[in-house]
Design a protein around this ligand. Sequence first.
Ligand code: UT7
Length: 329
Amino acid sequence: MAHATETLRSVVLGVGSYLPQRCLSNADLEKMVDTTDEWILKRTGIRQRYIAAEGEMTSMLATKAAEDALKAANISAQDIDLIIVATATPDYTFPSTATQVQAALGITHGVAFDVAAVCSGFVFGVATADKFLTSGSHKRALVIGAETFSRILDWNDRTTCVLFGDGAGAMVLEARKSEGSVADRGVLTTHLRSDGRHREKLYVDGGPSTTGKAGHLRMMGKEVFRHAVGMVTDVMTDAFAATGTTAADLDWFVPHQANERIIDASADKLGIDMAKIVKTVSLHGNTSAASIPLALATAVKDGRIKPGQLVMIEAMGGGFTWGSALIRW
Ligand code: UT7
């Protein structure tokens, strides 16, 4: 009768990352707009960010991160039957960036598609993949967050251009039989939210159906900041309630890396030990959907995140969209 309680879980097999070669420091930005290293560091925690080379597209960053994740998972691209790319900076209006990654990896079976949730995209991707895998319809997923925000920044607007960077991160998930307990490995719970009334606080002023051009990112930073902490702590509280866990049970808190002050305030509100926070915002800037998998890959590669540990990821971004996922690594 043991089978009656058996369910499917999406278990993390590996994570990977890729950053473009060119590193842009705060000092470099001082020469481009009226800003200072001191202002950027104090207000955001960012020291540097990476910028994609000319001709280096989101799908190329995504493919490199995917290859790194497949290597870490010790599986072949042919073992993947679901690819989800979270991006707000696709190569083209269509086809999806995910299908370009699929082709670059030499995969001709299964399905590939993009999700659009801006900075929350990776959490939305993990939640979507988890639904596919735990339904039994698909076996192994690549969830990728990849962005080239440098292409949609207004490089004359100091209030936004200093904040963002390019990069990609990827995660391989596999459907495995599980007893379904909180102690078992895999994605334990996901909580996604959106509220379209907040569009004008963070948006891009163009697109295929409006201006016919890609447009530039516009943000009311203070307004976004004001909403962010409440929204992300709400969905983390939902994750704790759904699993009967508390902040004290977490081994690692891996938030979206937009602003160190938002990260610290969120952890403080929920009583998460500051020593458990993985922060990469100083090194990568805000890479939107790529920020969480880049941070995960950093903390796995340096030995902090280990199998069996409890990891909380969360993000908030344009839309607004926000979400959390609690994962037994
Ligand atoms: O990933 C999606 C979610 N996005 C976010 O989470 C971003 C959320 N927002 C933020 O992180 C912060 O609001 C910012 C970092 C964008 C801005 O920090 P802030 O403490 O809210 O500053 P502020 O916008 O109130 O600006 C303060 C001052 C202003 O000058 P006045 O009006 O006080 O004279 C700005 O004009 O700082 C000025 N300022 C700058 N000064 C130097 C704005 N940008 C810069 C700059 N360098 N780059």
